[in-house]
Each structure stands twice: as C-alpha cells, then as structure tokens.
Design a protein around this ligand. Structure first.
Ligand code: ZN
Length: 233
C-alpha cells in the first residue's frame, strides 16, 4: 500500500524515482555486442551519402539494412521514420492525415543536408505494410504494388520540386563550413524510391530522379540534363 511518508509529502501518483547505484547496470560492453555489425571507425566523420525515409515496421529493420549495405550504403545514410514511408510523406495515412508528417520529414531532410551534406533522398516502401492496409482497405496482395508506385512517385516528385537545386523552393540550411552560401535545394540532388518485399527477397527500384552530370568546379555549379525514371508495371 502507498505510504505518503515514504513517497514524499506530495504523493501525485507519479512513478517513484530510484537512483541506480552503478551505471554499469545499464551499460553493455563492447564484448557484448555483435562485432561485425558495429563499425567504430566513423566517430569523427560528418558526411553522409543520403537520408532514408522508411516505415516504422519492426519486420524490416535487418532486411532493409542488409539491402542498403549490399548497395554500398553501409553506415552512409541518415534515417527518418514515418509510418508507411511515402504514405506518411503524402499525408495520406488514414486517421492521421492532419499530422503534418511532411513537415517533420522535410525538417530531417534539411538537417541531414546541413549537418552531413547529403545529396540523396531515398524512400523505402515495403510489402504488406499495415499503414497501406488501413488506408486502402480494398487493396489486394496482387495490386498492392500499384498503390506503392503511386505514393512513391507522388512523394518523390514533391521532394524533387522542393529540393532540386535548379528551381527548388526550399531554402536549405547550408553546412556550418559554408556559412556564406545562400541557396535553395540540395546540390546535385538525387531522389530514389525503393520497394522491399516483406521476406526481403527483392529490393526494387521504383523511381529515380537526378542529373546526368554535375560539375562543382564552376560557379555556379554546372548540371547536365535532368532525368527521371519510374518503373512501368
Ligand atoms: Zn509499413
């Protein structure tokens, strides 16, 4: 039974605070974790290739990471999570359409650029996504990919519209190392959309948009023609 003398004069029903005697009770040692999974050589690095927007789903954590590692992205990307990935970005998730997911996600894109100088934005949707299931209750297993392609294309097009360095509309926060730079968009931006099967058997590119070439030695930087490829189902 609760005792006000032992819980303080003001018993508000809050959890009792306990001071642990030794920090080591919370701390795992390097010998406790899986060595091959952990790269400790990057402690002082500040550049990342890109940022990944992915779903919250627990089933995809290792699958998605493994596919990205195989593509050469191991520990080279920042990450932001929104339920349904492209669905969140499009503010279409049923029951949460007023949650301003895109504002939250765009803030991470901006931070990824200002802190880590990224130039790729990658969206990863996945098969049997619960967020899609509640948003599209009539969706079948066979036509699920159509819904993903629609949302991935819509979100990637919007990201390109906002962040491309030629006529993007978002004023990005430049890296601390270049405080004099004022710009819109992200230099040499590439936007990519993927779809990963729930059993990790396939990692399919649905969308890619960028420039054929980029020369940063000129002022301003010189860009080749823009390209956009979208999977045809
Ligand atoms: Zn999902």
């Amino acid at each position: 039974m609760s005792n006000s003398k032992t819980r303080g004069a003001y018993n508000l029903g809050l959890p009792r605070m306990t001071k642990w005697s030794k920090l080591s009770r919370f701390t795992t040692k390097s010998s406790d974790y899986c060595g091959p999974c952990c790269d400790n050589s990057q402690v002082d690095l500040h550049h990342a290739e890109g940022i990944v927007l992915c779903c919250m789903d627990f089933r995809l954590r290792d699958n998605q990471t493994c596919h990205l590692n195989n593509l050469g992205y191991k520990n080279k990307y920042d990450e932001v999570i929104g339920a349904g990935a492209s669905l969140a970005y499009n503010n279409r998730l049923a029951g949460y359409t007023d949650a301003s997911w895109n504002v939250y996600i765009n803030s991470h894109f901006d931070l990824a650029y200002s802190l880590h100088n990224i130039n790729e934005i990658i969206i990863i949707d996945h098969e049997k996504c619960g967020a899609y299931r509640v948003t599209y209750p009539d969706m079948t297993d066979s036509d699920e990919i159509n819904y993903h392609l629609d949302n991935v294309t819509k979100s990637c097009d919007e990201i390109w519209r906002l962040y491309n360095p030629i006529n993007g509309t978002i004023q990005t926060t430049v890296p601390e190392s270049e405080p004099e730079v004022k710009q819109t968009g992200i230099p040499n931006l590439k936007v990519i959309g993927y779809y990963v099967n729930i059993n990790a058997s396939k990692f399919t590119k649905l969308y890619e948009r960028g420039y054929d070439s980029y020369d940063s030695s000129t002022t301003p930087a010189t860009y080749g023609p823009e390209y956009k490829t979208v999977m045809v189902l």
